[in-house]
Design a protein around this ligand. Structure first.
Ligand SMILES: C[C@H](N)C(=O)N[C@@H](Cc1c[nH]cn1)C(=O)O
Ligand code: ZN
Ligand code: ZN
Length: 476
């Protein structure tokens, strides 16, 4: 059993330093989906690179070229980092992302989203705290605590930190293919900390993610926005057309109404059905993380299956629509509806897109509208499932038991991390998701937070995992 107590003690005594590190990171609004924030994404990459260098690591800030479809924008650099170069130690690849989802105080945040705010319960609020700045900094904290505790770092750490994950991981697949036999060549396994526990108490190891096919439908007609009193009833309205189409995708119980989608989904086997009852998760956990009891299903097994192994379709928003308070009597001239499908085995990206496009065309036909409709693919990433009976997972389970005193749940993530599959395919190595945050962290939502306990114990966990995985890999 690795001698980890001095490392754990050091993590505890460095808590304040680690929280300050997170505070600095959260203060940089690195929103990858907003053009005007692109300089902040770049700044965040530079800040992260300087942190790695200050700890004695090396980093190459790899330019990824222009953003496809938005050629006026440079993609933010991908950081190819390394800490340690000892041929006697195994090399472990860790991935994370330094970009974040959009956030504005006016969305309903209780505090400024880009000022880390720690309350009396130890909840650290701020955009990116749990997704994914806290977990990324966990790897750096682990390095620092080893150094200060005088504990030998057990592995060579190969790092890949990108700045476009929340915006389709543009440019990353090509880079990984290019670097598979270079920067990533020594990696024996891959570990990613970028998802969440199912509840608030029990850690989990995650061996799958859903994919995400993201689409937009643009409907336009009038030459400009119109007065609804003057033109209502005499023109086809883009918003009416769009809402009709958006309404045809999914019913209120979440059933996808696009013909042929269900047939693409791998059936639930008796053996798989047995995986869900032992998972430590309750409907109360779900309601706590939802912030209300508006769940569709009544049992935890159904809820887990619909999060982990069935697809879902979500309507995200309508660009160009009137949405501010007040009563503006306008007919919007052009509106763009955005929606996505979370995909699961065996749904292929192109097969799903084909069915969606066919459905949209058929619904459009029914409207007999003189407006113009364009269907666009925004970005697509495939689902991933890994073999959890691998030393990588054995090591992580031992680390969880050591830090938290419980055996982890084995889960599949409902969210998407497209790079998981790319690493699996391009490097041919086992990939593990080892989350730090909990179900109540509100990633992508208002008041995103990371609990101090999850950050500090999570830092211990990432360090402990590196010791255990080094041991497991030596054994196998
Ligand atoms: C699970 C991960 N932390 C995450 O939030 N992933 C995003 C990635 C994404 C964005 N657009 C499409 N995929 C997610 O699941 O929404
Ligand atoms: Zn995210
Ligand atoms: Zn993330």
């Amino acid at each position: 059993m690795p001698h980890l107590d001095p490392y754990f003690k050091q993590v505890d005594s460095l808590q304040d330093t680690f929280i300050e590190r997170l505070r600095e990171a959260v203060a940089i609004p690195s929103i990858s989906s907003e053009d005007e924030r692109r300089p902040d994404v770049v700044k965040m990459g530079e800040w992260l690179a300087s942190q790695i260098e200050a700890l004695g690591g090396t980093v190459e800030k790899r330019a990824l070229g222009k953003q496809p479809g938005r050629e006026h924008l440079d993609l933010p650099p991908c950081l190819l980092g390394r800490y340690g170069d000892d041929p006697k130690k195994p090399s472990i690849l860790v991935y994370g992302h330094y970009d974040v989802q959009p956030a504005q105080k006016s969305d309903g945040w209780a505090t400024d989203p880009f000022t880390l705010s720690v309350d009396e319960k130890g909840r650290m609020f701020g955009r990116g705290s749990t997704d994914d700045k806290g977990p990324v900094l966990g790897w750096l904290n682990a390095i620092e605590a080893h150094q200060k505790a005088g504990v030998d770092f057990p592995v060579n750490l190969i790092m890949c930190f990108e700045g476009m994950e929340e915006n389709g991981s543009e440019g990353l697949d090509d880079l990984i293919a290019e670097e598979a036999k270079k920067h990533f060549k020594d990696a024996e396994v891959v570990c990613i900390s970028d998802n969440y526990w199912l509840g608030t108490e029990k850690p989990c190891l995650t061996y799958g993610v859903r994919g995400c096919n993201y689409y937009a439908i643009e409907v336009s007609g009038p030459g400009q926005d119109l007065h609804s009193g003057v033109y209502g009833g005499v023109t086809h309205e883009p918003m009416t057309d769009l809402v009709r189409i958006m309404n045809s995708f999914v019913d209120p119980d979440g059933k996808i109404l696009i013909e042929g989608i269900d047939e693409l989904v791998a059936p639930l086997t008796d053996e798989e059905a047995k995986l869900y009852p032992p998972i430590a998760f309750t409907m109360q956990d779900l309601h706590e993380s939802l912030g209300s009891s508006v769940s569709i299903h009544d049992t935890k097994e159904e809820a887990l299956q619909h999060k982990m192994r069935y697809p879902s379709l979500s309507l995200h928003g309508i660009e160009g629509a009137f949405y501010t308070p007040g009563a503006k009597t306008v007919i919007p001239a052009k509106v763009t509806g955005k929606f996505s499908i979370r995909t699961v085995p065996n749904m292929e990206i192109d097969a799903v897109t084909h069915l969606v496009e066919k459905h949209v065309a058929a619904e459009w036909e029914k409207l007999h509208s003189k407006n113009t409709m364009k269907f666009n693919i925004v970005h697509c990433g495939k689902w991933w499932v890994e073999d959890p009976n691998h030393p990588n997972y054995t090591a992580a389970a031992k680390a969880v038991e050591r830090v938290f005193g419980v055996k982890p749940d084995m889960t599949r993530e409902g969210g998407s991390i497209p790079v998981t599959l790319t690493f699996q395919e391009q490097l041919g190595k086992n990939v593990l998701l080892l989350p730090m945050g909990s179900s109540t962290d509100a990633a992508h939502s208002i008041n995103e937070k990371l609990d101090k306990r999850n950050y500090i114990e999570g830092t211990k966990l990432l360090g402990a995992y590196l010791h255990y995985v080094a041991g497991e890999l030596r054994r196998s």
